[in-house]
Design a protein around this ligand. Sequence first.
Ligand code: SF4
Length: 422
Amino acid sequence: MLTTFYIKTYGCAMNIADSNTIRNLLTSYSLQESSDWKSADLIILLTCSIRQQAEDKVAGWGIKANEEIFEDKIVILTGCMAQRYNRSSNSTIDKYEKLLQKRFPWITHLINIKDINQLPKILGIDNNDLIENPNINFDRNNKYQGLFSISHGCNNFCSYCIVPYTRGKLFHIPKEEILKDIKDFISNGGKLVTLLGQNVNSWEDDGDNIVDLLKEISNIKGKFWINFISSHPKDFSDELIELITTNEKLLKHCHIAAQSGSNRILRLMNRGYTKDRFLNICKKIKTSCPDFRITTDVIVGFPSETEDDFNDSISLIKECRVEMVYIGKFSPRESSVAYDMNDDVEFNVKKDREEVIRKLVNKVREKKHKEWIGKALPVLVISKNKGITYYNHEVLLEKEYKEGSIQNIKIIGYSRSGLVGI
Ligand code: SF4
């Protein structure tokens, strides 16, 4: 009989939200979560396959965990890797399926994340074990921070990306469903609503767009904050800029995925915008709210990327005063268009470019962090000594505050990852 489970999550915020879904589902059937995989009867691996490196991590974990120990356990692989596996009509995927079986012989089930609500049935958990209806959209263990997926999949087909193949076509969650879950979360003490989607700002439902949705959420009674990740520049409207810079409930932070500052590379990536478009968005945001925090994603070493192209990315980061960046070294992913391009930028060059961006962004961030010292910032206290600022920095608290309260905290220092307050 299954009594305990352990979840290992790789990859993006979408996967974190999916792990919440699974957690809620299993705890609804009386299973207990274990913080140690060794003592769990059931292990769920929520995988990412955006880069080869992400898949290698799963293999590495299996080796570390040791096959024999899996003998009496059920090990489920879900998330993007499992979704690639499930597309068995495609010959490339058949090859992938064999590869998976060879690499991960200890996996007992592969489940498409879209079918995850079938998990109790697959595990043979009796309906009588259901203690309450699982709310699948937020993590009950995390009272103050709620992650809400508002869309799944993607139709954009950026040339380097396999998400449209792994997560499928774009699907928007209906507005009423989202609002119901958020109201439920807030009435239970929730303080930070985070909307999630591969292109969260492209959400729409029956004539409503992301601006309408955010306005409706902000009209829900109560003291709470809202943010949304991650945004696609091509769908970042002026109305959205106005709302995020003026509405009190919206955090003054946005993650907008630039990927490159070179128009030529952006075209090859099939991103659907130019460098100027991205700069304009940032300029409008910063003009209206100079402290607004902008973070982004950049790929280095995309096929044919020259020094000039790379310098365009550098100038974009500088002009937008980007305070944090997820840097990806280009790696060809089977099924994507860029897989057939010539991966001609040497690995060492990719590494050097990654380092240049890292150093630049660290400098920008340090400068901004220094500016906060001595000032008071609104902070949501999420545990005894941890909080989140109104600009979405993590903050270490040197004094104890009431969990779940929003306080004005004086910033006295900073670390690599965030701020320190008292
Ligand atoms: S927008 Fe592009 S990078 Fe983002 S998920 Fe869709 S295809 Fe991938």
